[in-house]
Write a protein that binds this ligand. Structure first.
Ligand code: FE2
Ligand code: FE2
Length: 181
């Protein structure tokens, strides 16, 4: 297994969430409302799985490794685009969470903002994933030796192991902020 195969498996899970987001957006438009519980689940998934865990390995391991290599200008340019796209996804997800909060508080404008931001993410992820899967990931592997690829895969597993502990420590930090023991 190549390191990029592990990342591509994660793309398949992100795509399943995007399908759910599409289905829920249609339903919300039919009922002229916002499914707050669904938005919470989607925002949590994108923040923790797609951003912290998945983009985290892309940026913190793969891209970091590539930045020490003499990349072609095409690949270097594409990597910069991918990093910018992660920034966009992060910002859009944050805006979606804020719009949902405003909706909960009764802001009349917020419903359309939730719909629009959800749609922005639905349109964004398939394009971003397609670029990585079809144009960037496999060519990027040619800059690494077999040994480096194996080390990268091990770094991925170490990274994943950290995430679950980090996530639940954060959950408790938040709980204790609102309800100190
Ligand atoms: Fe990415
Ligand atoms: Fe990705």
């Amino acid at each position: 297994m190549l390191p990029v195969d592990a990342l591509m498996q994660e793309h398949r899970l992100i795509e399943r969430m995007i399908s759910q987001m599409k289905r829920e957006l249609l339903r919300m438009k039919e009922t002229s409302g916002v499914n707050v519980a669904f938005i919470d689940v989607a925002v949590d998934f994108i923040r923790v799985y797609a951003d912290r865990c998945h983009h985290g390995k892309e940026e913190g391991v793969l891209f970091r490794g590539l930045s020490g290599k003499a990349m072609s200008s095409e690949h270097a340019g594409m990597m910069r685009e991918l990093i910018d796209e992660h920034v966009y996804a992060r910002k859009t997800t944050g805006n979606l969470a804020s719009a949902k909060e405003r909706y909960v508080k009764g802001d009349g404008e917020a419903r359309n903002d939730v719909w629009k931001l959800l749609n922005d993410l639905i349109e964004f992820y398939p394009k971003h994933i397609d670029k990585e899967d079809k144009r960037f990931f496999y060519p990027s592997m040619s800059y690494f030796t077999g040994q480096e690829q194996e080390a990268m895969l091990n770094e991925f597993w170490d990274f994943d192991r950290k995430i679950v502990h980090e996530h639940y420590a954060k959950v408790l930090d938040e709980l204790e902020k609102t309800a100190p023991v």
